[in-house]
Design a protein around this ligand. Structure first.
Ligand code: PMP
Length: 453
């Protein structure tokens, strides 16, 4: 990796050790809870990636409201992570809490639709324009279901993804390419079932030639992408890239699947509405249930027509789509309450300027020190990077500076700021204030000044 050359590594290491000690001194209650969790949880955490939070263990939270949360040691935090978008609306919306509580008392799951299903589908149609909708529990599930449908319709087996994209725990997307261009498992892809080259093709974002070289093979059922990459830093599409991608998908008979799970940060209708995209299939998860596990996927009317007779047949019982608890009444009530009261134009009118302010705050420090770093804003989201803006996932992955990342996260955490792991991203909610944003700018400036010495 190309590490930021301006950084004295010995100095960074010493500062990091100081911050680790400060974390231990500040977080004795969380440490006690972590010891308790260590008794019966695998690796001491509910999910393996939680071992990667900065510090010796994750902080245990006791309450979250709006843009803040409190931890077991009584510290107050400005939350720029917002559950990595799951809590993009802000924490603890009372309309959502009331809807959940009322529906929980009326019944959570019956395997029958509730009246909310039609309302939510109509609202999703109004926002994103897609004709026909279905529900899933998570964005991962929604992606998996869409890929099955694309395979069913095309009779093709492979999915094209962009290098170092992320779409959840979807086998076809946990891939990269080796130096010779062969598709291989992404580092850390555990227990893969088949060699990834059998199910996936990989292209580079912002490189239409690399897309065409793969689609030309004639075996790609779907191209799965975010409109801008957001999971390996923010990588915006070049002018014309998404239109070119649309045209290539049409020419080679592959479906274009747009995953808006994170890019809903661009506005109430995501990039699809803001940028006038024309996907064949569409996926959204995370924030649409106000934090409740709830996701949705959609398709155009011609695709729906082509699927209808199959989906009405007896075979749907084992179709690999849906699930017992998927689209249950509680999830639908959460989506209705969220979509009716949050993620609206008036919310983005608050959050997008806050993200711009956050980015300006970071940029001011970068400029003051003449660092070759960059900060990228995408709607209500912003991210800094210790190099010029990467143009694709491979460049971004190669530029990761794990030590500097870890230090910046821990430094911020010890001063009451939570960033999105595992890169340097902030998401703004309507509950953040300019003072919250300015506090980040101040802490970022202090961290950089210390690192530079
Ligand atoms: N799609 C995108 C674009 C994502 O960023 C993520 C999660 N980071 C997912 C899908 C998967 O979401 P989940 O983990 O909720 O299934």
């Amino acid at each position: 990796p190309t590490l930021s050359p301006t950084i004295d590594r010995a100095r960074l290491h010493a500062l990091h050790e100081r911050e680790r000690q400060s974390f231990r001194d500040r977080n004795r209650e969380s440490a006690a809870l972590a010891r308790e969790a260590g008794a019966h949880l695998l690796s001491g955490v509910p999910m393996p990636w939680m071992t990667r939070w900065p510090g010796d263990h994750p902080l245990f939270f006791t309450g979250a409201q709006g843009a803040h949360f409190r931890d077991a040691d009584g510290h107050d935090f400005i939350d720029f992570c917002l559950g990595d978008t799951g809590a993009m609306t802000g924490h603890g919306l009372s309309v959502v809490a009331d809807a959940l509580s009322a529906q929980a008392r009326r019944g959570i799951t019956t395997m029958l639709p509730s009246g909310d299903a039609a309302w939510v589908a109509a609202e999703l149609h109004r926002r994103f324009g897609m004709a026909r909708w279905q529900f899933a529990m998570t964005a991962t599930d929604a992606n998996r279901f869409v890929l099955r449908l694309a395979r069913q319709l095309t009779g093709r087996r492979k999915v094209l993804v962009f290098d170092y994209s992320y779409h959840g725990t979807v086998d076809e997307s946990l891939v990269t390419v080796d130096a010779a261009g062969h598709v291989i498992p992404r580092p850390g892809n555990l227990g893969w079932a088949v060699p990834p080259a059998e199910i996936a093709r990989v292209a580079q974002f912002n490189d239409l030639d690399s897309v065409e070289a793969q689609l030309r093979q004639g075996d790609v059922a779907a191209v799965l992408t975010e409109p801008a990459l957001t999971n390996i830093g923010i990588v915006p599409p070049d002018e014309g890239f998404l239109a070119g991608l649309r045209a290539l998908c049409t020419r080679y008979g592959a479906y274009l699947v747009i995953d808006e799970t994170h890019t809903i940060c661009l506005g109430p209708g995501g990039a699809t509405r803001e940028w006038g995209l024309e996907p064949d299939f569409f996926v959204i998860g995370k924030p649409i249930g106000g934090g409740m596990p709830a996701a949705a996927y959609a398709m155009t009317q011609p695709i729906a027509d082509a699927l209808d007779s199959f989906l009405r047949s007896d075979d749907v019982d084992v179709s690999g789509l849906g699930g017992t608890l998927t689209g249950n009444a509680l999830a639908l009530a959460a989506m209705r309450a969220t979509l009716a009261n949050a993620l609206r134009e008036e919310d983005f009118a608050l959050t997008i300027p806050l993200a711009a302010r956050w980015a300006q705050g970071v940029q001011a420090t970068i400029d003051r020190h003449g660092l070759g770093w960059s900060v990228q804003q995408l709607g209500s989201r912003a991210e800094y990077w210790f190099c010029p803006p990467p143009r694709n996932g491979a460049q971004a992955a190669a530029a990761i500076d794990a030590d500097l990342d870890a230090f910046m996260h821990l430094y911020a955490l010890n001063r009451g700021i939570l960033l999105t792991p595992f890169h340097n991203m902030a998401l703004l909610s309507p509950f953040h204030t300019e003072a919250d944003v300015d506090r980040h700018s101040e802490v970022f400036a202090a961290a950089v000044a210390e690192v530079l010495g």
